[in-house]
Structure formats: structure tokens, C-alpha cells
Ligand binder design. Sequence first.
Ligand SMILES: [Zn+2]
Length: 272
Amino acid sequence: MKAVKFTAKHIIDSHAHIFPDKIASKATDNIGSFYSLHMCYDGSVSELIKQGEKNHIDMFLVQSVATNPEQVRHINDFIAAQANAHPDKFIGFASLHPDMDDPKGEIERVISLGLKGIKLHPDFQQFAINDKKAYKLYELIGDRLPILVHTGDSRFNYSHPRLMAEVLDNCPYLKVIAAHFGGWSEWEESEDTLCGKNVWVDSSSSMYALSPEKTAQLIERFGYDRVFFGTDYPMWDAADEIKYVERLPISDEHKEMLMWKNLRDFLGLDID
Ligand SMILES: [Zn+2]
């Protein structure tokens, strides 16, 4: 990759998955086989912190996905414990599952635990973004917490950008981050259906597949203030993800917004 001189004042990684040490490598292997992609790291907290220090990443939005309803509380306790153990570094997002008992109670509980948002993964959790039970969750979450939603997978229909567009139209109160520029492996569909809507997106697991020009076009069309930098830890080499940003044909100020300012403003983070 061509070297370009740009160093962000700060970096916040808006999309990192973490797992307890005991299951980290197995969980990471499972993600790797689901996507048939090589995983760069082992998914542990210690490795995330290590690569963050190496690459000057100041903060991480950390989360994990409950693939069955029974995992929800354990995962949220783990994420909350990690966020409390690293208060200047980690912003924790909670997991919910559309088939769980008492989602209302769990939303109250994760707010009281200090978690700052919800992560949903329709393809891992096997529900369509526009399913009735998903709408029930959106109504319960309302505008109280932002929702990071994995979006796009050309192999399935669960998280298609078109379905996300429908949800955004029906629930204008939601604060949704549609991951992977709103459509992993379906970036054209995302651009056609989601650009211009009331939605935020992240750059994770996308720039490896998109040209710098295409990435810059998506950033401009979604809005310079609506895109967050993310690495999708443990999937990609963080140094590569930062280099993808350096070579983008956008202004340095727009790169600063992408790298940290937008997420600071979106979540009200204390970093300046
Ligand atoms: Zn994710």
C-alpha cells in the first residue's frame, strides 16, 4: 500500500468483538469459518489492548453477540465487567436476542450496568431485520440506546440493506449504526437504498474490498459526520485498516472525523 502522510490526533475503533479468554480462540475460529476469512487475532481482551497500543488506538467500542437467548445475560455481564475494568479505553455495547425472555428487563439492566448501546447480528442470530420480533426489540429500545446492527451478507436475506431501509423508515426514532457501510458484500445495494437516510455506518470489514475512490464516495454520500472507523477485531490487522484510511482521497479534517470525532460526538465521549 502506498504511504500517505496522515496521523490522526486520536483513533477510536467503533467495532471490536471481545470474548472471555476461555472461549476466545474457539469463538474467533467460528467467525472465521462463518465468513471463510482469515482471522488476524485471537479475540482476547489482552490481544486487543496490545494491538491498540501498537497502533495508537485510544478507545474501542467492544461487544459480543449472543447466538442463543441463554447467553445474553452472561455476555452482558462480561462486557460490563470489561468496560468497568478499562473505563478510559472500552465503551461496552450489550447483546440482546429476539427470542429471549424479558428483553425489557434486560434493557433496563444493561443501562444500569453502564453499557452504552446494543449490538445485533441478524445473520448469527438468524432473524430478519424486519421480522415482527425484531420490531418488538426496536420499540423497547426506542431512542434510549444506539443499536449497532451487522448489515449485509449476500448469502442470506436476514440483514439485507433493503430490509434495513424499511426499518429506518418505520422507526425514525432509532439511532442505528449499520455496520460495514450498511451492507457487507452488498455495498452497491447499500449505497442505493441507505444513503441519505437517518443512519450511521462504520468502515469495518469493507475497505479491504473497496477501492479508495469507492470508499470516499460512500463516506461522502452517507455524510462525513455519519461514518465511524472500525476494525472488526479480531478479523483484520488494525495497521492495515488505518492505512486504508490514510490513502483515502478525502480531506485530513474528514479523516479526523472518521477516525474519532464522529463517534465522540455520537456517544458523547470524553476525549478531546
Ligand atoms: Zn460485528
